[in-house]
Design a protein around this ligand. Structure first.
Ligand SMILES: [Ca+2]
Length: 167
């Protein structure tokens, strides 16, 4: 590749001699700390808490381990979550919090694709229910439901392994 007089890219004979620039990513891939309860899936590490905490305390706990409360970006990750909840037989916080009404939820991770998996009549914003739990039901676990952020619940942390990073 070369440049023309306006600094636009132009194609050139690959045999011509040029200077070059290399790039590498310095961030080391994260290895999920399996001996402390983290598991690897979809190039992410997930941690299922054994403690019950308020939403904000749970997020703070995840932050301490360079992670955030779990975000759910697609159907595949939702199925993984549903199975996890079914197995644990309990409800969990995920990192989806309302920042301005029922149509304005944001992930604490800052990620997200717009994917949602609300249960029937959700998200309901009754009595300050601004945080999102994933509920256990004996028949069909995994639906999302809003909840008062001050309830103590178990929670799931997530962080990327960085193993797919190309940039
Ligand atoms: Ca995720």
């Amino acid at each position: 590749m070369g440049y023309n007089q306006n600094w636009y890219w132009i194609d050139e004979d690959c045999g011509s001699r040029k200077g070059y620039v290399c790039h590498r990513t310095l961030t080391q891939p994260v290895h999920c700390d399996e001996s402390n309860g983290w598991t690897e899936q979809f190039q992410n590490c997930y941690y299922t808490s054994t403690k019950w905490m308020t939403f904000d305390d749970a997020q703070e706990y995840c932050t301490r381990y360079d992670s955030n409360l779990m975000d759910v970006v697609d159907e595949e990750e939702q199925m993984f979550l549903s199975e996890l909840v079914q197995e644990a037989r309990g409800s969990f916080w995920i990192g989806y919090k309302s920042v301005g009404g029922p149509d304005d939820f944001k992930w604490t991770s800052g990620h997200g694709t717009g994917y949602e998996h609300w249960g029937t009549n959700e998200p309901s914003m009754d009595s300050d229910e601004e945080c999102t739990q994933v509920i256990y039901q004996s028949t069909s676990s995994g639906n999302w439901s809003t909840s008062d952020c001050f309830w103590r619940r178990k929670f799931i942390c997530e962080k990327p392994t960085g193993k797919t990073a190309i940039a």
